[in-house]
Design a protein around this ligand. Sequence first.
Ligand code: MG
Length: 159
Amino acid sequence: MTIRIGNGYDIHQLCTGRKLILGGIEIPHELGLLGHSDADVLTHAIMDAMLGALSLGDIGHYFPPTDPKWAGADSLVLLSQVNQLIVSAGWKIGNIDSCVVAERPKLKPHIKTMRDRLSQTLDLQPDQIGIKATTNEKLGPVGREEGISAYAVALLFQV
Ligand code: MG
């Protein structure tokens, strides 16, 4: 069996007046993430991991932030398109693992809903998607709550 692995990273600034969308769901918080799309940093890291596994470039190539078409875009729609790309190239996701780094809010209560949402979008079982949450121990821009970052890896196998 031919398998490929990819990794992805993303970070977005926190600001007032925006919703906090992570893993396709809205999380109650007084700050949200700034970005051209819905700024779902976790979903963006996952898409880059999927694209990276097949050397298909990065999300900026497919959904450029300069294109008004993607303004306020639901990142799950973009995720679905990236998945289509992979499926039509003859590949399937084995599993995804990820980590969201945020000082606040506490993400643990939302992880199951995020996994359900992402797995439905990718037509996977929830146990094929790992989501972990950690703080940055108050260090650096994430620790100062200036932003939230996310890391992901994706394992793909050829169908
Ligand atoms: Mg992004």
